[in-house]
Design a protein around this ligand. Structure first.
Ligand code: DP6
Length: 334
């Protein structure tokens, strides 16, 4: 019997960049994000004789072949290894049929892999429910094995990925800091280009250690930033959240740009949007922060009071695709 699940991306405020174990996607440091309400991806998953994936993005079929197909096969194999540690190695068959219906533009720094693998983890949870009732944290381990940041989209609201210690497959998992109702934040996702990026996050993470700034970044998150971000969320202190998240975001991009193969995911358009947003918030005393992941997309995140002004700003961006999201609920049955 097939199962259906739905999920959405998350936007990180303390960024995940670099692993201590590449194949298992065990992160070098903690991270923290807001799970978004939209755009969504829906998966229909069933048992099959061989791995079959059909993927539609905005209604258009995108064949899943080569390294993309291998990534799903590797994910299922890792999920089975993890489930073996829970005593149910055969709960998931080696092969699945997976139908993906995505509303997320691919490879523009809006984490489509986070939505897809958190959704697949949720579908696997539903598929194996007759054998075991997985917890959210256990489901987040399965999501992480497909895409590190997917770990955080298994839960709603404000979610930390705790890096943990050691190389056990379940050493890193997600923990909900607060649900979406705790503090309703809005995210205007401003996408300046639909050109697909050349180097994906997976390849980028693998070289993070080559940056001379990486060790210092890990220490800053470990000793200070992650906790500052959690405190800002718990106290709904927007100015503190803005300061720590922008500091961390620029720090991640400096690491990316100083890796042995430098990665510059930000475009001139990104910098222009950011400059104009900074000028506007200074002039209007507007509670808005901006952040960018591995792509040129700008996330302008604000409280309810700033929505009208930020919306006006976002809608004035020529030739950009725009999404309005807010803190949402994470992966769940569809
Ligand atoms: C910059 O989770 O996309 O968005 O595990 O290879 O899928 P993979 O990497 P991914 O890395 C996300 C990096 C980031 C920051 C973040 O979301 O925390």
């Amino acid at each position: 019997m097939s199962v259906r699940a739905i999920s959405s991306p998350n936007i990180a405020l303390v960024k995940y960049w670099g692993n201590r174990h590449t194949a298992l996607r065990l992160p070098a440091a903690d991270s923290l994000s807001i799970t978004l309400s939209t755009p969504t991806v829906t998966l229909t998953v069933d048992h099959a004789d061989s791995l079959k994936i059909r993927s539609y993005t905005m209604g258009e079929e995108r064949p899943v072949t080569g390294k993309h197909l291998e990534r799903f096969a590797a994910h299922i194999a890792h999920a089975k290894t993890y489930l073996a540690t829970l005593g149910i190695p055969d709960a998931v068959p080696s092969s699945l049929s997976i139908d993906i219906d995505s509303h997320i533009p691919p490879s523009v720094g809006l984490a489509s892999s986070a939505a897809v693998f958190s959704c697949l983890a949720q579908a696997i949870r539903q598929l194996i429910a007759p054998s075991i009732a997985l917890t959210d944290a256990q489901t987040s381990v399965i999501a992480r094995l497909g895409s590190g940041s997917a770990c955080r989209s298994v839960m709603g609201g404000f979610v930390a990925m705790e890096a943990g210690n050691g190389d056990a497959i379940d050493a890193a998992f997600a923990r909900q800091i607060a649900d979406a109702e705790h503090w309703m934040l809005y995210d205007f996702v401003i996408i300046p280009t639909h050109e697909e990026k050349k180097v994906g996050s997976t390849e980028g993470h693998a070289e993070a250690q080559s940056s001379p700034l990486f060790a210092e970044r890990v220490t800053a998150i470990h000793t200070r930033r992650q906790q500052e971000c959690i405190n800002a969320i718990m106290h709904k202190d927007f100015e503190k959240l803005r300061a720590v998240s922008e500091e961390d975001m620029w720090d991640m991009h400096r690491v990316m740009q100083s890796q042995s193969h430098p990665l510059n995911y930000l475009s001139d358009e990104t910098h222009r949007i950011v400059r104009e947003l900074e000028a506007l918030r200074t002039a209007q005393h507007m509670p808005v922060l901006y952040t960018m992941d591995a792509g040129p997309t700008v996330h302008a995140i604000c409280t309810e009071e700033a929505v009208p002004l930020v919306q006006e700003f976002a809608e004035a961006q020529q030739e950009c695709t725009l999404f309005l999201a807010h803190a949402g609920s994470g992966s769940r049955p569809a």
